[in-house]
Every structure is written in C-alpha cells, then in structure tokens.
Design a protein around this ligand. Structure first.
Ligand code: SAM
Length: 503
C-alpha cells in the first residue's frame, strides 16, 4: 500500500489494499469532474473491545517468564525483562543496569519461533500449509496451537492480547468515527481480503477436516485476530517465507519520535559448526535501568498505516506531521477524446490511466503529479502536444505550465476536489485538535481524531497551494512563451523581438 516501508510478506494484502476508496477522483472528459465516492461498507459487528493495553494477568506473565527461563532465553545475564508498561500492554524493560545504544539485549533461538517453516513441517497441519500464502500458513499454525491446551507455545500464546485496537477490530459504532476518511475505505478493503482468504481456507482445509480443525476454534473472527497479531508483531528481516512470531522479541514497543529507521531485529547465526539461528533485538538508543527498550516501527509510515497495523497513532506536540497523509487518485477518464494518446504518454513515462499520489503534510507535491495533472487537462488548442511529433518530448514540456487555460483547469480541479473532500468530514480541524488534547480520550477515539485531522490538514494544505497558484496564473510562463524565448524570438522582459512583427 503505497508506503515505502511495508514488509514483503504483506505483498498480497497490500496489492489488494491498493484499491483505495473514498478518494476524490479527478477526471477530465468533457470538462473536469471531481467526485468523492463513498464505497458501501460491509462491516459485520465485532464485539467492542477493550484496549490492547489492558493488563495481562500477572500469573500469565510469570508463566511466560518461567518458560523463557526454561528455554534459556531469560536469565540474570541479560539486561532486560518483559514487563507491563503504562498504556502499551507488555514491553521490554532494562533490568539490573542501563543498556547502551546498539547493544544486543536479547536473543531468541529459532526453536522458539512460530514460523512459516514450522507450519509447513508440522506433523498434523504441515500438509495443508504447503500451498498456502506464508501469512495464512502462519495464522493457521497460531490458531492450531492456540486450540491445543498442551502446546509448546502455551505460555507465549497466553500473553498475546485478546483484543487489538486496529480499526479492523472496531464495532460499527466506533467505525462511524472514521466517517469521511480514506482509512474507512481501506479498512473495508482489508476486511474483504481477510474474508476472502478465510473463505478459501475454510472451504479447502478447515471444513473438509473436522477431525483436525474444530470449526469454532478456527472461526472467521479468530482468523482475523491471527491476522492482526501477525500484522502487529512481525518485523523485518523475518518477512515473506521467513515470516515468524518471535516470543519475547515481539514485546518491543514503538518509540514515539524515535529519530531513526532500520530494523532493530537482526537474524544471526551462532557458531561455525552449529549454525543455529537466533533473532536478536538491538537497542536503538541507550536507556537507563527501569526504562523501556523501544524501536522504530516505520519512520515514514502514515498514521493510517500505524493505526491499521498496530492500533495506535503518533500525534502530539513533539511528533512530526509526516504521519499525516492523504492519497489522491488521479484518473484519465475513458470518455476523454484524447484517451488513447494520453494513456500512451502516461505509460511511456511509467504511469497508467489511474495514478495514486501519496501526499504527506508539509512535504510538497509528489514527483509526476503536476505533469500528470497537466496531461489529464490537455485539450483544445493545447492538444497539439499529443501529436506523434511530441511523443518523446511531451513529458518534458508537461513539467512546466503548458498554457493558462491548462494550468487554470488543473488548479480548479484540485481546489474543487479538496473542497468536496473536506466537506465530507463530520468534524472540523479545531474540533479534532480539541479532542486530541483530552488526555482521557480512549485509544480508539484518539486514532479516529488523529486520522481525520491528518487527512484534513493535507487536503487543506493542497487546496491553499492551488488557490494561491490560481491567483498567480498571470505570473507564470507558458509553453508558447518558452518556445519563443528558446528560439530567440522573445526578450527577457517578455517582449517579442522586432523582426517577428516584420516577418
Ligand atoms: C510488537 S507488539 C509489542 C508488545 C505489546 N505491547 C504487547 O503487549 O504484547 C505491538 C503492539 O504493542 C502496542 N504498542 C507498541 N508501541 C506502542 C506505543 N508507542 N503506544 C501504544 N501502543 C503501542 C500496540 O498495541 C501494538 O500493536
């Protein structure tokens, strides 16, 4: 989905989620048409849930610590322990001493990982996992082991949160807080994808094997829970076919405003002969005893992506606006009489009829957005640029204003599109800002307010930028003037040189 830092193992999910909904679609056919479409949503009712940050019973945490100790992972030799952290569920905390920057704080051998490889080699479910997508195979393993009272991973599974704060798990009433946002459409896309994977799994694996799979323990809601667990607790480099849940290492929480990227999980091999693999967790910054080890879940992930994947957002006085984003969908309309020529030029330049542009607050316009807008708007006397003669150079020409008519059409389409999109949010920017100042606000309401606010900020910024440009159209230089200047037929003041008149 369109974000730079998403792991490969979600490629299939992400491909699906590229089908974005509820974005202003800008067309150009017989005049500009700007539209905001609301996709019908099909959310079933999920039990309204407590926050994930709710406490794991001490007895479960103790059993988990005992298990880690028995497995040789937790000992007085390592400087961290799993511990309850305020508002974040469990976390990893420095114990006994401080931790230095870049220090490896824990190491988990492969035998403890719940991985795709384990699923595929599993004596009971392995045969069913061979052709499943990696994440589906791992979800099946997780549910299978969850259903087994005597599972090797019992103490680990018992400390996994029962409920998650990602909007994937919100009730219909809670989802109404996202009314008007792009995120609401994405959630619907995610749910459809999970549902379709579940339907296939149910029909091909679960239902035909009642002796192995008790359908009540492999329900659609539990499958969705497994999806949420995998999405929120797996990190590079353990992605794709190597996707794995790593007990203890997966307790690391996200450090707000942690100014660094790059994985803190690292796969290491032990000795020369033994070749056992380990997952180590490196502390990205030094911490004092009693403080939490955190890592960066994704420096350029938007709040929408943080919300879906992890069930929280970054917002507050110290956080960066880079988490605010909006995806603009621009489309060459099939009804455009120059459709074929425009598609040809778009494709020649690596684009297509529909292009999604990720706009991030205060980061300027994405590459290619203005040329693509100008291409969509080309019409009338400007259409000569679509002739074969210009096929290889037209994209260069579109980098700069083509004509006043064209630039005006571009600006008006964006201004109108932003206006329509902004009016579809039920709250104002100030109302959302006020809400976010309430420290008692529930995690889910906080997510909803931050998402609404972020999208509106981006739209408002975009609208202002093009409104200003609209006022300054007379100051711009257009294709015709540029051409005359390049031919030496116009001077620096914009006056035609005399012999043009003579000719
Ligand atoms: C990799 S797990 C970390 C362990 C988790 N806290 C637990 O109790 O099992 C990621 C989840 O932790 C929570 N989390 C991590 N960082 C957070 C943060 N900065 N603020 C709030 N919740 C956070 C979110 O629920 C997220 O989905």
């Amino acid at each position: 989905m369109i974000a730079p830092s998403l792991s490969a193992h979600y490629a299939s999910t992400l491909a699906l989620c590229r089908a974005r909904h509820h974005q202003p679609a800008l067309h150009h056919g017989d005049g500009w048409r700007t539209s905001v479409s609301v996709r019908p949503t099909c959310f079933s009712s999920y039990a309204s849930a407590m926050s994930q940050a709710s406490c794991i019973a001490t007895s479960r945490l103790d059993a988990f610590k005992t298990w880690l100790t028995e497995q040789g992972v937790l000992s007085s030799n390592i400087p961290v322990i799993p511990q309850q952290v305020e508002n974040q569920g469990l976390g990893i905390v420095a114990k006994g001493r401080s931790v230095a920057q870049n220090e490896d704080v824990l190491s988990v051998p492969q035998e403890l990982w719940m991985s795709v490889a384990v699923a595929r080699l599993h004596p009971t479910i392995g045969p069913f996992c061979q052709n499943l997508r990696p994440w589906v195979a791992l979800a099946l393993l997780l549910l299978y082991e969850k259903a087994m009272p005597s599972s090797f991973w019992r103490p680990y599974i018992d400390i996994l949160p029962d409920t998650l704060d990602s909007p994937l798990f919100w009730s219909n009433e809670e989802l109404m807080q996202l009314e008007g946002t792009q995120l609401l459409g994405s959630i619907s896309g995610y749910l459809q994808h999970v549902d379709s994977e579940y339907t296939t799994l149910f029909q091909e694996v679960i239902e035909p094997n009642p002796g192995i799979f008790n359908t009540s323990l492999f329900s659609r809601d539990l499958f969705l829970w497994a999806f949420g667990i995998l999405r929120s607790r797996t990190f590079p480099p353990l992605t794709g076919d190597e996707l794995a849940l790593v007990p203890f290492a997966d307790l690391v929480n996200h450090g707000m405003v942690l100014n660094m990227d790059g994985p803190s999980w690292e796969k290491k091999s032990s000795g020369f002969f033994d070749r056992r693999e380990y997952l180590t967790l490196r502390a990205p910054i030094s911490v004092k005893e009693g403080e939490q080890i955190v890592m960066q879940y994704g420096k350029v992930k938007s709040n929408g992506k943080l919300a879906v994947d992890y069930g929280f957002v970054e917002c507050g006085p110290k956080t960066t606006a880079i988490r605010d984003s909006f995806t603009l969908t621009l489309e060459i309309a099939e009804s455009d009489r120059f459709f074929d020529d425009k598609i040809d030029i778009a494709e020649l330049n690596g684009l297509s009829a529909i292009v999604y542009f990720d706009l991030v607050y205060e980061q300027g316009l994405p590459d290619n957005m203005l040329p693509f807008l100008r291409l969509i708007a080309l019409s009338g006397t400007d259409a000569f640029l679509l002739e074969a003669l210009f096929r290889n150079s037209v994209w260069d020409h579109l980098q700069l204003p083509v004509s006043r008519v064209n630039e005006e059409a571009v600006c008006k389409a964006i201004v109108d599109g932003c206006h329509v999109a902004l009016t579809s949010y039920p709250s104002t920017i100030d109302e959302d800002l006020n809400l976010l100042q309430d420290i008692e606000l529930s995690p889910r309401l906080k997510i909803a307010a931050a998402i609404r606010l972020g999208e509106k900020r981006v739209l408002q910024e975009l609208q202002l930028l093009f409104e200003t440009r609209l006022q300054e159209l007379h100051k711009l230089e257009y294709y015709a003037e540029r051409r005359l200047r390049n031919l030496g037929l116009m001077d620096d003041k914009g006056d035609l040189t005399p012999w043009v008149f003579e000719g």
